[in-house]
Design a protein around this ligand. Sequence first.
Ligand SMILES: [Zn+2]
Length: 127
Amino acid sequence: MRAGRTDYRMARRALLREVSEGLRSVGDVCDAHPDLMRAGRNVGEVVPDPCPICEATDLRLVTYVFGNAKGGVKQHGRVVPRGDRGGIAVRAGDAAGYVVEVCTSCAWHHLRESFWLGQQAAGAQKT
Ligand SMILES: [Zn+2]
């Protein structure tokens, strides 16, 4: 797959540091939307790492794709089963994808990675 990806590990680490230093409450960062929780349970990819907040091994990755295409993917995000990114790209033309991690135990969630699919991916220098 062609790249054009942004990694959010730095932001995640900074956020977790704020939580550990008490600058931010756990309730602030563990407020995943019920739809995201459901997607995590149903189609999420299991992550071997423990949740950074509650340390349960209930961390899941959910991939969303937002397309601007003719037919297929709509403007609102669509949950993509892991492994189907290529298929979506073919159907959607250009699309932006977001991988979100969510803990199905405590509702911690954070954007992990964003990427471009399709033709824009080749020349994209997006941040
Ligand atoms: Zn958790």
